[in-house]
Design a protein. Structure first.
Length: 94
């Protein structure tokens, strides 16, 4: 599935509720999901991973990120292409 297709799937399913909640409220939900992902990654680091939960948390973070992009009017696929693929992508290291 392309990023644009995933973002549209999230828009089709949740946009009415998400847009009513607004960017600030949705960012709080996103932050909660990032926290749950951090917890799942902590289990991985400790050597006691729950792979199903880890997959779920990554998917949730992506869904909430797509939700925020929809609310903000950002096409994630275009933004990722512009930042990381166009003109050879960013220079340097993180």
């Amino acid at each position: 599935m392309a990023i644009r297709d995933f973002q549209q799937l999230i828009r089709d399913r949740y946009h009415a509720t998400d847009s009513a909640r607004g960017a600030a409220g949705t960012f709080l939900w996103f932050s909660e999901e990032v926290g749950e992902l951090a917890h799942a990654l902590g289990k991985l680091e400790k050597g006691t991973p729950d792979r199903a939960n880890l997959d779920e948390e990554f998917a949730d973070v992506m869904a909430w990120l797509a939700t925020l992009a929809n609310i903000a009017g950002v096409d994630l696929e275009r933004a990722i292409h512009a930042k990381y693929l166009a003109d050879g992508g960013p220079k340097g290291t993180k």
